[in-house]
Ligand binder design. Structure first.
Ligand code: ADP
Ligand code: MG
Length: 262
């Protein structure tokens, strides 16, 4: 069974990319073969894993999605750690979004691509951009609920920060999930939120917001505290599991990986 996770929230800075990189590394540590996909044209995941962008000509995700690259899937994968593979972004990912709008079945372009990893990857994590456009729709569709014999289990994970604007952003996101599900007659499994950068010392705003998030039907999978090791690893282009393997921050991502793989 291959797990496909869309890591999505239209809000920026909520920890989507940090979740993909660190959860991806934690799943790989469990001995699973993990593919992380940089689906945000800004390329933060590619940067933070210390990988160069894919060449504009030749093998890149943008050209693969549009059917312009039909070579080996393996040519798109870059090793970013043991059992951890990245599909990096490229300059032309910015243009892909516009080109997708003109295509029928445009929401399924990434899904078709991800499905081809079945049998090879154990987990695929999609780092969605901070917007509710066709790219995020593609990420969600790739992570849709599949028939039981499909060999793929799709789930949506929503990173959030415990601050005042989070609940409103969450409502908007949940509404988009419902709209997309209805329009395409698909089911999306909102597996839960990952609260990131949590610091209860900042007082009532984070603590009361966390309570509200925990009461939300989507549910909270894990609370990841605000830790300098995560930021320092990010700057050094390392996951927190590589940078500070004994840290409590690394252990939270390991716990999340175990929870999702159980
Ligand atoms: N738990 C955390 N503790 C400290 N810094 C974090 C944590 N999670 C994310 N960050 C930092 O916050 C910033 C925004 O996170 P990022 O993953 O890029 O958000 P998004 O992808 O949603 O825009 C990054 O610099 C990242 O290193
Ligand atoms: Mg990001």
């Amino acid at each position: 069974m291959m797990n496909v996770y869309a890591i999505a929230n239209q809000k920026g800075g909520v920890g989507k990319t940090a979740t993909v990189a660190n959860l991806g590394a934690a799943l790989a540590e469990l001995g699973r073969r993990v593919v992380v996909i940089d689906f945000d044209p800004q390329g933060h995941l590619t940067d933070t894993l210390g990988v160069a962008e894919a060449p504009a000509e030749g093998a890149n995700l943008a050209r693969a999605l549009l059917g312009q690259f039909t070579g080996e899937l393996g040519d798109l994968l870059v090793e970013a750690g043991r059992d951890l593979y990245l599909i990096p972004t490229s300059d032309d990912m910015f243009i892909v979004e516009q080109q997708m709008y003109g295509r029928s079945g445009r929401e399924y372009l990434l899904s078709r691509f991800v499905d081809a990893l079945r049998g090879w990857a154990d987990d695929v994590l999609i780092d969605c951009p901070p917007s509710l456009g066709v790219l995020t729709d593609n990420g969600l569709v790739a992570a849709r609920t599949r028939p039981e014999d499909d060999g793929i289990r799709g789930r949506v994970i929503v990173p959030v920060q415990a601050e005042d604007s989070s609940l409103k952003a969450l409502r908007l996101f949940v509404r988009q999930v419902a709209t997309l599900s209805e329009a395409l007659t698909i089911d999306l499994d909102l597996a839960g939120m990952v609260v990131t950068q949590y610091d209860k010392r900042r007082g009532q705003i984070p603590t009361s917001t966390l309570e509200a998030l925990e009461a939300h039907p989507t549910g909270v999978l894990m609370v990841i505290g605000d830790r300098k090791e995560i930021r320092e690893g990010w700057r050094l282009k390392q996951t927190v599991l590589a940078h500070a393997p004994m840290s409590v921050a690394a252990s939270w991502y390991r716990d999340l990986a175990k929870k999702l793989s159980a």
